[in-house]
Write a protein that binds this ligand. Sequence first.
Ligand code: NOJ
Ligand code: CA
Length: 695
Amino acid sequence: MKPFLFLLLTTCLLSLFGTAQKVSSPSGNLVVTVDVSPKGEPMYSATYKGHLFINRSKLGFRLKNQDVFSEQFIIRQFDTLMYDETWKPVWGEVNQIRNTYHQLRVVLEQQTTGRRLNVLFRVFDDGIGFRYEFPEQPNLRHFIIDEERTQFHLGHNYKAFWIPGDYDTNEYYYATTTLSEIDATNAESFSEISLKTPVAPHAVQTPLMLTGSKGLYINIHEAALVNYPAMQLLLDKKTYTFQTKLTPDAVGHAAFLQTPAVTPWRTILVSDRAVDLLNSKLILNLNEPSKIPDSTWIRPQKMVGLWWEMHVGKSSWDKASGKHGATTANTKRYIDFASEHGFDGVLVEGWNRGWEDWYGNWKEDVFDFVTPYPDYDLDALHRYAQQKGVRLVMHHETSGAATNYEFHMDTAYRLMQKMNMNLVKTGYVGRVIPRGEHHDGQWMVKHYNRVLEKAARYQIMVDAHEPVRPTGLHRTWPNFLACEAARGNEFNAWSVGNPPEHETILPFTRLIGGPMDYTPGIFRLKLDQFDPASVNRVHTTLCKQLALYVTFHSPLQMAADLIENYDAKPDAFQFIKDVPVDWDESRYLMAEPGDYVVVARKGKGTDHWYIGAVTDENARSFKVSLDFLKPGQPYLIKIYRDADDAHWQDNPEAYTIESFVIHSRRSLNLRLAAGGGCAVQITPIVNRKKIAKEE
Ligand code: NOJ
Ligand code: CA
């Protein structure tokens, strides 16, 4: 949908060595300059409100056989474009998105070889996107990239929120240090999982969040990762310059491309206000429009599931354990619960044969994705769910055997269609098969995309676990509801867990690329129920678990706890039942990475507002102006807050629910305990007679 589109295109032919080209954002706040060095190296730099925040930085590649494709260039030609359009996402944080930028395409020619390379810049008011284009040409037809040499020369010792560079996993907790202190030598200590392939002591992953000089907030990531490896960033501490390090393939090359080809966009968000980065739609705007013409079958939704009970040791995935969770009777219990409380789906893990043998081996054919365990009556359960107005949610753990999954995908998706299932949670635990490929390499990037495309043909929505981190592809494939690609709530169940600041960093890092299946909603926060010796716990208060449904946008949310824990606290559970998963409007009100996030959102097609506020290990108060409400309209406000004596460590489950009537001219004082949160529901009162009194 294009309610308004404005384009203006100009082209210039040049043959001048070293001519600098400038392009500024629509407001003029951001300016990018592109030129070539005396050695013919393409370079770019960028200013924000006149402040140079990207110093001159190199662009280019090294191709196979030490073929240098980053020097001896001249600018042959350039063209510019002014673009302004508003489009409507299928689902999301807002119901329409403005996409406005100024574009500069620089056509470069390598003088020694005559080969061409374009660099395309799009300059928005809240950041920059640039990508390489390899035009079709006789002496560059199919080729191998060994190294991408894109630099981000920051020239300042910023504070960074980072996780170690790794080709296979992003399930790390964050370190907050200056750039000069980045040291991933002991990446081991950042994550307990065995599947790690750390890159180098000074390598970090994107989205990388930086704060510091001149009060700037900067985020470096990528958009539209489709046929290319994911990028890691290698820091040169002498100049505070990051250089891209592409995830290699099984034989050590980075990417295989055929012209015409493009790379993903390299993105740099920048602002002097942290909330602008959270409100930014730049990454979505750099992705292609939806490839699913009829998206009426795509449904943002909430689910419960036979899942947390496996992570906390109540049951197991495998039958041989003697405590198989996915039994017919247990699943019926969850279907009944979902139906009674208005949930769309019931995720069932461990339903299919193979779990005795799934982990820590190189076996390729552990799962066929269609054969249930004998104590799981899939056919009866799908009929039972249908009667109850609920759908089973499919689970396809591939145990890293992506080739095996591709072989079985059609039969697996046909079974789903037959069983009235239209949402699959995939998983890629373990080393990737084909051997030597990495989760973040080009082969797997293409695999994840193939899955989205094939699933769309079967009208199936996808929630991928252990994939490469997202880059806004949910615009192109809106059936891609969510993915993991970070350290989720599950780590609290069986490891040292996620520190209280984790959920205040994720919106500035991982979530910049797209929604996460974080699995919030844990009510029983100390996890010694099935193992009295266990010291594992969730590092938040109960109210913070509620607030996460608002602060972490996702069109797929799970009420992740055991249903008996919800039965024990029906008043708090009401918030999870009520909170929408799709929104007309979202306004990040106050935020600081690593400290707090406060956001207000209006439910899709309603006048109901929700506010979510989360804090790190410090207690905080926020004064929130309600000026986004309709003037003169009375609202019933319901606040789910940490009790006065709540604390994530000593008293995490203490909460208070308060309701009163309010108008837009009021502001609200929210008090959050250490490691706490606050969830607010604001509902217009239609029948004024019912208003007992105004507060
Ligand atoms: C890891 C996933 O993140 C988790 O949600 C799932 O339960 C296990 N793999 C088993 O597939
Ligand atoms: Ca995982």
